[in-house]
Write a protein that binds this ligand. Sequence first.
Ligand code: ADP
Ligand code: ZN
Ligand code: ZN
Length: 659
Amino acid sequence: MTILQIALDVPLPRLFDYRLMGESQGSLIGRLVKVPFGHGVKFGVVINEAATSDHPEAKLKSAELIDGLPALPADWLALCQFCARYYHYPLGQVMAFAMPPLLRKGKTPRALKPKVGAGETAPTFNAATPDQTAAIDAILGATGFQTFLLHGVTGSGKTEVYLRAIEAVLERGGQALMLVPEIALTPQLESRVSARFPGAHIVSAHSGVADAARARAFLAALEGRAAIVLGTRLSVFMPMPALQLIVVDEEHDASFKQQDGLRYSARDVAIFRARQRDIPIVLGSATPSLETFHHSSSGRYQRLELPLRAVAAAMPTVTTVDTRKQKLQDGLSAEMLAAISERLQSGEQSLIFLNRRGYAPVLACPSCGWISHCRRCAANLVLHLADRRLRCHHCGLEVMIPHACPGCGNLDLQPFGRGTQRLEASLVERFPAARILRIDRDSASSPQKWQALLATIHAGGADILVGTQMLAKGHDFPKLTLVGVVGADAALFAADFRAPERLFAQLMQVGGRSGRAHLPGAVLIQTEYPDHPLYRALVDHNYTAFANEQLAERQAAGFPPFAFQALLRAEAPELAQALEFLATAVAAAEALGAPDIMLYDPVPMRLARLKNRERAQLLVESKSRPALHAFLAGWMARLYALKTSRDLRWHLDVDPLEF
Ligand code: ADP
Ligand code: ZN
Ligand code: ZN
């Protein structure tokens, strides 16, 4: 009798044995099956075939093979197994996550006539610059696994390098995978890729793709029909039998890390995948993550530099405005106001960047000290004057703005601080003739609204843009020559050791929006700390100086990439329950004995209460990644075996980005 060991979508780190109904022809590994489980049925993937089972064979239930989905290839199974091991997450849950929901339930989408590229746009070829040529030659010269960092500012021609490398792969009959951050997957990029490869079958995969299309894309990739997969983090799991090249654009972007369920980093999984397939991988960025930059300095990754913009255009001049020396008007300095005026007169565009949406971060009562708290979270309610609401940015709770103080009845409640709406209102007052457009998650609350806003900007329908980081990424605004940065100082002193890295990347990216070939750009940064090394590095366009300084600090403090971390988080209705679970986990760790592992004390999370659940965490750290993972494997086995209260939930976050 054949026993099938099956990975099922249940939160247990083990496989389940079933009998096969009837005889099997050939190997069933990688096949989808339907099995009785508990009182219902579940779908799962066959991981192993065995002759015997540890369970009494007579008691084993039967599995039914699902036709219609070809066996998942061995390298795809190995990829899921790697994720299960590395992220200490049940294999069946990894697979359920990695497969499109339709296929996972044994359904196949109706086939569509393949839409072979329109074919009307002829690809355009520019001669590659010498730096681009060197990069392309290095990538195409790789004989097997090699990680490249393609380091170049926005507009330096990185995408052009990816496209040429992809072109060579397609000529050899290979498949290419290109991962991009969530927000960058704009129609512009899709059309640029399809215009370049008019005959190629390209599938795009992101959260906006409907179930049936997602299933079709998966099948097209699996059957080798799709030549290019262009997608956000989830597409790292696309099965691609002829995969020959992986590109991760904006590799530093936080959206590559999933923050719930399987907490994977698509960039790191992509690197594993390239190693597994023995193929090159290109990580591209203007501001590489410090981990990646560190590896490119140590020689583990090969660094390729594109130091200049591809089309003759100077970098914008970056200047700081010392706000300690003057009285601001509605948060804006005299220099900033003058610079905006100049742009208005010359018919150019300005962008004022403030990474805080809403009108004001809090509403307060000056007479009794009441402030607008969320009743479900340890956070303030943000004032949204445009729709007369107070809103929690963590849990979404909304309440009407009280007309009087709930504490003392005072009618004079005051907004404190400044968000994009308030900045917009001030600009409207100061520049009544200007067309002002606010871009943040409130004004661009759907993809349609976002596209409409972009269309307005491209049609020249805005003189001043006010916005959050939504504006920073991947859009060309031809007449934009001024980027003003306000309210950025707070991130200099945030408790999270990665905050400066993020701020630098953000400001570099948003600053890069400014200026074109014939219109030189300027960036003005309002700050109380004009001599801060982060701002100095921005003024000098010197990412490398910033990165090296940060890496020296990280090394001195023993932070990543000089240490490896995992976070165990627990949440429960009462903080004591969460802390108690973590204390049990510490005891389990100590019982295991782990000499090279550092266990910190369990502490409440920074946002300790979210949606009425109290949250705490425990940091585990080691100088050695293998030591950390050996420890985590043993530790997780014990934690999964613990009986915990139904109220309590916990998870492990390996290589956490947020604390
Ligand atoms: P990045 O991805 O680094 O932002 P792109 O590849 O998008 O840069 O290039 C920026 C602009 O320069 C694009 O308009 C692109 O068409 C153009 N470009 C890139 N490489 C060349 C080249 N070798 N010759 C002329 N124009 C180029
Ligand atoms: Zn009051
Ligand atoms: Zn809340």
